[in-house]
Design a protein around this ligand. Structure first.
Ligand SMILES: [Zn+2]
Ligand SMILES: [Zn+2]
Length: 179
C-alpha cells in the first residue's frame, strides 16, 4: 500500500492510522543493496497538532546483510521506529520553537509521502556490526578461505604466518637475538 498522508482528509478527522505492507524488494545500505526477506509491515499514526503534523510508528521486517567477518548472508530482523514532525514550509513563524527538535521536516502541498521515513527507519535499525554468529571465525586473511567451514585451515598462500619459510626466518631472528 501507499503510505501517503492526505492533508485534506487529516484536516477533517485530526488523526489517522496507516497500516499495512510497504512494497520493497531491497534496501540500499552503505555496504550495498540488502534484499528484503519478509514483507515490510508498517504502522504509522498521524496526528494534527498545533506545532505541525506528528508522525509516529514502527516498521518490522527481516533483511539480508552479509556477515562482517565471513561475508555469508545473515537474516537481520528489523524493528525500526518512525518519529517525525512535519511543518508547513509556508508557515514558518514558529520555526524557532522547534529548531532544537530532531526530525522536523518541512512540507508543502496537501500530500506527505512517508516512504523516506520508512526506508530511514529500516536503515537506522541495521546494526553497525552484523555477524552470522558471535564467534564467527571470518575468512583467512591470505586466501579468503571460510574459517567456519575449515577450522583447521593452514594457509599455504604467500604472506601467511603459516608459511614454513616465514617460520625459518623467525628462527633465524631468534638465533641472531640470542647469539
Ligand atoms: Zn560470519
Ligand atoms: Zn588461507
Amino acid at each position: 500500500m501507499e503510505f501517503v498522508i492526505d492533508l485534506d482528509e487529516l484536516g477533517k478527522r485530526g488523526k489517522s492510522t496507516l497500516q499495512g505492507i510497504y512494497p520493497l524488494d531491497s534496501v540500499d545500505f552503505v555496504t550495498g543493496p540488502c534484499p528484503v526477506l519478509e514483507p515490510v509491515f508498517v504502522k504509522i499514526v498521524v496526528v494534527k497538532t498545533d506545532l505541525g503534523i506528528a508522525v509516529g510508528g514502527y516498521v518490522k521486517t527481516i533483511i539480508e546483510h552479509p556477515c562482517d567477518r565471513c561475508l555469508e548472508p545473515v537474516a537481520v530482523p528489523i524493528n525500526g521506529t518512525i518519529e517525525a514532525l512535519y511543518k508547513n514550509s509556508e508557515q514558518n513563524e514558529r520555526q524557532e520553537e522547534t529548531q532544537d527538535l530532531r526530525n522536523v521536516i518541512y512540507y508543502s502541498g496537501n500530500r506527505i509521502d512517508l516512504s523516506e521515513r520508512i526506508l530511514e527507519a529500516i536503515i537506522v535499525d541495521i546494526p553497525s556490526r552484523v555477524l552470522c554468529k558471535p564467534d564467527c571465525r571470518g575468512l583467512c586473511p591470505y586466501c579468503g578461505e571460510n574459517l567456519n567451514e575449515h577450522p583447521d585451515h593452514e594457509c599455504k598462500s604467500s604472506g601467511s604466518n603459516a608459511d614454513p619459510r616465514m617460520n625459518k626466518l623467525k628462527d633465524l631472528r631468534q638465533i641472531i637475538k640470542e647469539g
